[in-house]
Design a binder for this molecule. Structure first.
Ligand code: CBF
Length: 829
């Protein structure tokens, strides 16, 4: 991309075109060549990991060729690019994604077979790239795939964490966190790009060098530099239409070894700078419970934002454009507030480094940036202490003060002059010490701000961003999230995909709206029988995994009731396990009452410092060990907690689910994307009217989803009125019985108080309205059981779920971003 913009350089972008793969033998030889010549391994002794690496390298050659070509076309066409800045990319494995999009899965199975390797084992040898926590990071990964599939020139920018999200083990019911060393054996997908490295400053002082346009031009002299080291992973789109790249930065010292210290015998001191610098890209979400942890988080955010902007401006200038044209050529999306500091950095680069006048710099900045908000939870709306910012990023703090003054002045001119309005609009929160509100900075510096579901976007306008919205009524827009069907249907559920292709034709692979054609077939007995067979096979596969990992035998004909996602109180895994306890008690009381056999499956990680969420994991595991060993109920109810939930595990669990639990306190789940993955695969949802559940209901039909509980508006009223959980508990014998059992140590023999923090929270404050929704949830679960007994009706509803999910493709979501926010189209070939 550093070639002159004036035209294509002589010759093709990929001068040494790879020999086309025409046969299994060609492909077998290409893989074998990598095994021998790139890895130096012997075919006779190669391990599954060796074969994975050889295959990935052979595939990477093909993807890189596409990426170079796509980049060249973009440059020559003078096409606008999208830059997606995200602290998280929850990629998972890339092998099957790449094979699917290149249409090489069958060929590869056969080629590996000829080489004496087993495709499934080779596939399992790839570690998950767990560079994210949950929905936000997985959304970023889906968006990268969809942008490539729609041929929208896009570069994702993030951090190459050495240790991604921790590996979870459950020991005696307790979550134990271990480092996830996904890079231990190297990463064959990535390509090191030393020519793109750059140095990022921290601390130091600011020198004033001139005055322009009322804005002081300055030189920042950082006290410390950290080198940002570039690694590219090519991302290929569906049917290999286009390839983009994900550029991840790792950190190291500019001078990694002090030889004088080393030679003096101070081996630790000699590498101390490097250790400190590397801590920036060492772990995803270092705990921010200490000041050091908070500082590290801010360092991470600035580090990757600054390196990415440096790269964006470099490319723009190298292609021969003037900086004034940046908004025509670059759309920069802030995935949540984590990269919001990029707005101040852009101003610094334009004003201090490139001499752009302040107002023009602001026009350019607002023209480029847009911001997605992913949550309204107050603890997730980042603020940084002013003192920390002044110490770590002194020039940025000056810029923020100036931007804030301009912003408050403009607000005053529009009538928002009262002290309370000015305080609420300010980028500086003065209520708990002085802190910089990153959400406000992101809002003010962006031309568009979007929420991720219709409900969430409405709540943004009404609550957290209300005053900013009044000031800029056209800025907030909605783009409901989506998921890539390539991974979450074609790859995760090949059985269902094969069936859909048989019934709807190949078009369903390219156009998600074709799924709607299933509606007319919802009552078809032939289709139903085939769907039941698919689901059963998926359930057998999951049961085998549960058997291997936990030694628990599951009945694949039982109803698989699945709750998998991050552990958070608002997601209300507690509501589910309380209902499981109460169901167990009811079965014990009347074992012959014709119960529907049910397996409750949980998985998810709790943040290491989140004590209550960790305790909920313990409760689920302790309840499981009692219930699973009860001979009275064991054929009717099982509870399973699968450790170490990640993308690959989700790909096995989701296609095996009959029921999808989406039961957050209404108003608290911005969108959810797990809800979409389950419904697409034909699971029925039990859920609150929260996030995208509402839109899912509208598309699959209210009769085909089990809605319960308070609405967001009702939750808000309860909270305003003062909320007394004791009343709900007294009114519900089932709930009271379940809480009682937990409180008296039924699931923690010899330690009655183990779950006291949970019981106390439920009885005293119940911030997430678990008790308020319990009866309604239990009643919805009875509706679930009733429908399950009516097999025809259940499978009709399942078909209608898959049929209604076309609009939840991330291709649709990316199309909306492209049109409404980025003003960019796909590249024509
Ligand atoms: O928008 C993607 C997802 O982001 C979250 O996971 C987040 O981290 N804020 C939200 O909690 C989800 O509701 C949302 O789907």
């Amino acid at each position: 991309s550093d070639l002159p913009a004036s035209g294509r350089a002589p010759g093709p972008a990929v001068p040494l075109a790879l020999a086309p793969i025409r046969s299994v033998a060609d492909w077998r030889d290409a893989i074998l060549a990598k095994l021998v010549y790139a890895l130096g391994r012997d075919q006779r002794t190669a391990s599954d990991r060796d074969w994975f690496e050889a295959l990935a390298l052979a595939l990477r050659d093909r993807v890189v060729a596409h990426a170079l070509d796509s980049d060249d076309l973009t440059r020559v066409a003078g096409h606008k690019r999208v830059y997606y800045l995200s602290l998280e990319f929850l990629v998972g494995r890339l092998l099957v994604d790449t094979l699917t999009n290149l249409d090489m899965t069958g060929l590869t199975r056969a080629a590996l077979g000829e080489l004496g390797a087993d495709f499934e084992r080779v596939r399992a040898a790839e570690p998950d790239a767990a560079l994210g926590n949950g929905g936000l990071g997985r959304l970023a990964a889906c968006f990268m795939e969809s942008a490539a599939s729609l041929a929208i020139p896009t570069c994702g920018y993030g951090i190459r964490y050495e240790n991604g999200l921790f590996r979870q083990e459950i020991r005696n019911g307790v979550q134990v966190e271990l480092p996830e060393d996904w890079l231990a054996a190297g990463n064959p997908w990535e390509i090191r790009r030393p020519e793109r490295d750059c140095d990022i400053g921290f601390g130091g002082h600011v020198e004033q060098v001139g005055d322009d346009d009322g804005a002081t031009r300055c030189v920042w002299h950082p006290a410390e530099l950290v080198r940002a080291v570039a690694h590219d992973t090519p991302v290929i789109g569906w049917r290999a239409r286009h390839a983009n790249r994900l550029r991840l930065w790792s950190a190291r010292a500019v001078a990694p070894l002090r030889l004088d210290a080393f030679n003096a015998g101070d081996y630790l001191g000699a590498v101390a700078d490097d250790v400190r610098a590397r801590s920036v890209s060492r772990v995803l979400y270092p705990s921010d419970t200490t000041p050091a942890g908070q500082e590290l988080r801010l360092r991470q955010e600035y580090f990757f934002s600054a390196a990415s902007l440096h790269d964006i401006l470099r490319r723009h200038l190298a292609e021969g454009y003037d900086l004034s044209r940046l908004p025509d050529m670059a759309a920069i999306q802030l995935n949540d507030t984590h990269p919001a500091i990029a707005i101040a950095e852009m101003m610094r680069l334009l004003v201090d480094r490139h001499g752009t006048a302040w107002n023009e710099a602001w026009r350019i900045t607002c023209g480029c940036f847009s911001y997605t908000n992913h949550t309204l939870l107050p603890e997730a709306l980042e603020t940084w202490p002013v003192a920390l910012m002044e110490r770590l990023l002194p020039r940025h703090m000056q810029i923020i003060y100036r931007l804030n003054a301009d912003h408050l002045e403009a607000a005053r001119a529009k009538g928002a002059a009262s002290d309370s309005l000015q305080a609420s609009l300010s980028m500086i929160d003065e209520t708990q010490g002085r802190r910089v509100r990153m959400g406000t900075l992101a809002f003010v510096g962006s031309h568009r701000v979007n929420g991720v579901s219709a409900l969430h976007t409405g709540l943004m306008r009404e609550t957290v961003f209300h005053d900013l919205h009044v000031l800029h009524p056209d800025r907030i827009t909605n783009v409901t999230n989506g998921i890539t069907f390539r991974r979450w249907l074609f790859e995760a559920n090949p059985r269902l995909t094969g069936l859909l292709v048989d019934v709807l034709g190949d078009a369903v692979l390219d156009d998600p709206s074709v799924l709607a054609g299933l509606r007319g077939l919802a009552g078809d007995p032939g289709l139903r029988a085939r769907l039941i067979a698919c689901r059963r096979a998926n359930k057998v596969a999951l049961s085998n995994l549960v058997g291997e990992q936990l030694g628990i035998g599951l009945d694949p004909d039982a109803l698989f009731d699945v709750h998998v996602k991050r552990l958070h109180e608002y997601k209300r895994q507690l509501l589910n396990i309380l209902e499981a306890v109460s169901l167990w008690q009811a079965i014990r009381a009347r074992p012959a009452a014709g119960w529907v056999p049910r397996v409750k499956i949980f998985a998810g990680k709790a943040a290491a410092s989140y004590a209550q969420a960790r305790l909920i994991i313990r409760l689920i595991n302790d309840v499981a060990s009692v219930i699973n060993n009860d001979p009275v109920t064991s054929d009717l109810l099982k509870v399973v907690f699968l450790p170490n939930f990640n993308v690959s595990l989700a790909e096995i669990i989701i296609p095996a689910a009959d029921l999808s639990e989406q039961i957050s306190t209404a108003g608290m789940e911005a969108s959810g994307t797990g809800n979409m993955k389950f419904a697409l695969n034909g699971a029925l949802t039990i859920g609150t009217l929260d996030g995208a559940n509402i839109e899912i209901r509208d598309h699959v039909g209210a009769d085909n989803i089990f809605i319960f509980g308070l609405t967001a508006a009702e939750v808000a009223v309860r909270r305003l009125d003062g909320w007394h959980p004791e009343c709900s508990i007294v009114a519900s014998p089932a709930l009271a019985g379940a809480i009682e059992a937990i409180g008296r140590g039924t699931f923690s023999p010899g330690e009655d108080t183990r779950f006291a923090p949970i019981v106390d929270e439920l009885r005293r404050t119940d911030r997430f309205l678990v008790t308020a929704d319990f009866d309604s949830y239990a009643e919805a679960q009875r509706r679930v059981a009733a429908l399950w007994r009516d097999r025809d009706a259940w499978w009709r509803a399942a078909v209608l779920n898959t049929a209604g999910m076309g609009p939840f493709s991330s291709d649709r979501a990316i199309g909306e971003y492209a049109e409404k926010i980025w003003h960019v189209t796909g590249l024509e070939r």
